[in-house]
Design a protein around this ligand. Structure first.
Ligand SMILES: NC(=O)c1ccc[n+]([C@@H]2O[C@H](COP(=O)([O-])OP(=O)(O)OC[C@H]3O[C@@H](n4cnc5c(N)ncnc54)[C@H](OP(=O)(O)O)[C@@H]3O)[C@@H](O)[C@H]2O)c1
Length: 345
């Protein structure tokens, strides 16, 4: 297969935002010439994705990927790396880390005792990225992280929810033991608070770690002899009506997300509530396009929709970012031979 413009990888491509990204990348003429690799949980059952692709002739394939399972992440990354090395698919132009999970208080764990929210949203994506660096386009490849207001206890959009009112939830990363409690789901557990708020805080922590990765990985790549032209950036897509709310109560899932928010989106088209199509175009802009706000090399930038945005102070704290990075190396058992990043530890 020859495709001069490169491979675009999208995780969670069967979801609301993911399928909107897939629809645009496969149908808009400006994205012609890319090969897409759509990662879904089960490639045999991806109805939302298939419904948007059926009409398109875009070069693409579906790949099964369970981000909560690190062995599976390794298998999938190894396969992609081997195919890029053999020239079967072109180097990765954009790696879009879109998959996301929110338990709304119905907390679940992996077989080896990790909180699924932490593993799927953050650790699986972190490992996937470190493993796939060898297949990135080294001149202009981009990695895009999907952020969220939940990463910042001080974000004004969270004020009315009461999620972060208690002092103990205003700081997420304290020390190694605190990080371990988030990874194992004992921090803000559903046992301690059975409401949706416990899950939102753990979801927010996983998003904070992803935003920290924007800064931590970019810093490491900037001093890397091979990866110094590769960019990582973040996009907060705003609030959208998607499958993310499927585990929520009727009040949140139906009344707020299916009735009130669509009205807000209709009345205020560029307001806090967005359609998946609007957000998908911002994600693809960050991943594949150029513009004055992105500059020639959009390194370590974070956007709220189309606006450059400053994420939380905690996400930009180098000391905390290093703690999270080192613990991530430990939890994934990453080895030197697995990544080309020189400063991987
Ligand atoms: N919706 C919002 O208001 C909002 C706001 C800010 C940020 N975001 C972010 O936007 C991104 C897209 O979410 P969405 O709103 O489109 O929700 P969605 O419709 O639920 O899509 C999320 C996708 O992630 C996949 N996923 C979940 N756990 C996974 C795992 N362990 N392994 C592989 N894939 C997994 C899901 O697969 P299954 O379908 O198989 O479960 C689903 O296809 C997420 O990063 C989310 O955090 C959403």
């Amino acid at each position: 297969m020859s495709s001069p413009k490169g491979t675009v990888i999208v995780t969670g491509a069967n979801g609301g935002l993911g399928s909107a990204i897939a629809e645009q990348v496969s149908s808009e003429p400006k994205f012609n010439g890319y090969h897409s690799l759509f990662a879904v949980r089960d490639a045999k059952q991806a109805p939302a994705l298939e419904s948007v692709l059926s009409k398109e002739s875009h070069s693409h394939e579906l790949v099964s990927l369970d981000l909560a399972n690190l062995d599976h992440v390794r298998q999938v990354a190894e396969d992609i790396n081997a195919r890029v090395a053999r020239g079967e698919i072109p180097p990765i132009q954009a790696l879009i880390l879109n998959a996301g999970f929110q338990d709304f208080g119905k907390q679940i764990w992996t077989e080896d005792g990790f909180d699924v929210t932490f593993r799927a949203n953050y650790l699986g994506h972190w490992l996937l990225t470190l493993l796939l660096l060898k297949s990135m386009n080294k001149e202009s490849g981009r990695i895009v992280v999907i952020g969220s207001q939940s990463h910042d206890p001080y974000d004004k959009r969270n004020e009315s929810t009461g999620v972060f009112t208690e002092e103990r939830y205003k700081t997420v990363v304290t020390d190694q033991a605190g990080f371990d409690a988030i990874a194992k789901g004992t921090w803000s557990s559903a046992k301690e608070d059975p409401s949706w708020r416990s899950g939102f805080r753990r979801y927010g922590a996983s998003k904070l770690f992803l935003v920290m990765m924007v800064y931590g990985l970019q810093r490491r790549m900037n001093t890397d002899p091979v990866l110094d032209n590769v960019c990582i950036l973040g996009v907060d897509p705003g609030t959208m009506m998607t499958g993310l709310q499927r585990r929520a109560t009727w009040f949140i899932r139906v009344l707020i997300f299916q009735i009130i928010y669509p009205i807000i989106a209709f009345l205020i088209p560029n307001g806090p509530v967005r359609t998946t199509g609007q957000s998908a175009s911002r994600v693809l802009h960050a991943a594949l396009e150029s513009s004055p706000e992105l500059g020639a090399s959009p390194k370590g930038l974070y956007f709220l929709g189309e606006e450059l945005y400053e994420p939380s102070a905690e996400s930009r704290d180098t000391h905390k970012g290093d703690l999270v990075w080192k613990e991530s190396v430990k939890y994934t058992h990453l080895e030197e031979r697995e990544t080309i990043l020189r400063n991987w530890q």
